[in-house]
Design a protein around this ligand. Sequence first.
Ligand code: F6P
Length: 322
Amino acid sequence: MKKIAVFTSGGDSPGMNACIRAVVRTGIYHDLEVVGILQGYEGMIDGDFIPMDRKSVANIINRGGTILKTARSPRFLEPEGRKAAYQQLKKAGIEGVIAIGGDGTFTGARVFSEICEIPIVGCPGTIDNDLIGTDYTIGYDTAINTVMEAVDKIRDTAESHNRLFFVEVMGRDAGLIALRSGIAVGAEDIFIPETKTDLDRLINRLAACRKDKSSKIIIVAEGDEAGGAFEIADKVKKALPEYDTRVTILGHIQRGGNPTCMDRVNSSRMGFAAVEALMAGKRNVMIGIMNNKVTHTPFENATKHLQEIYPDYLRMMEILSL
Ligand code: F6P
C-alpha cells in the first residue's frame, strides 16, 4: 500500500481533528502518501482531494470541528454517486480509505463496499455514542461535558428561583447524551427516544413534591417520542400550573469546543490503529476501544444496534433523584 485517503463525514464531533492528525502522521511514519478528502462523500464524488503532510495537521489536536470539513451527501445515496466516487479514488491511485464518522457514514461505506474494491476502515466520530463495537465514540465525552457545564449553570439559577427546567439535548435517535449527562447533573428525570415516555408518571412525581422548594431539571433528548422540550413542558405546565417552568435548548453548542483529554487520546489511538489495520489487510471494519483495548467491528455490526444499558441507568437515576 502506497497511498491512503482520510475523510470526515456526517455531523462533526470534537476529536475528529485529533483523529485526522493521527492518521496523517502514522501514515507518513509508514512511508505512505496521505491525502485528505474534503466534505466527506461529497468531496469523494467531486475528486476534492488535498495532499496532507506532517505540518498540515500541526496544532489541531486541541481544536473542535474538522479541518477536512464534513457533509451529509444525498448524492452518495444514489448508485451513480457511489460509482463516481469509486472512479475518483481509482484515478487518484488511492489504495485504502479511512472514514471518520457515525452511523450514516458506515452504512454508506458498507453499501459502497459492494462496488468499491478499495479497503475502507472506519473511526467512530459522532457525539451520539450510538455505535456498537466501541465504549465511546469520538466527541461523546466532550459533548456530555459541555452539557454538564451548561446544566450546572442552569441549576444555579433554577435553584435561586425554585424553577422547573426542561433542558433539551441532542440525540435524534439515541439517548446516550441525555442519559449520561442527566446522571451527571443529578437530573430529576431523563427522557430518551429508546424508552416510552410516561408523562403522567412525571406529573405524579412532580405533584408529590410540589411543596418542596427547590429546583428540578428534566433532560429531554431531542428525538424523544413525546416531543421536544417545549412540547413536553407545555403539557406539564397545564397539569401543574403552580410550577414556574422554563425551557432551554442546548443545540449545536454540544457539537463544538476543544476536545476533552479523553477524546484527544481515544481519537489518536483510533486514527493510529486505523492506519495499521489497513496495512494489515483489514477492510470494512470500524476501529473501537472496548475495555481499553483496540477492537475491529464489521460495519454491519457497528451500525443500528443500540447499547442495552438504559434500564440500569434509568432505575438508578430514579432512585438518586426525586
Ligand atoms: O451528530 C449527531 C447529531 O448531533 C444528532 O444528535 C442530531 O440530531 C444531529 O446530529 C443534528 O445534525 P445537523 O444539525 O447537522 O443536521
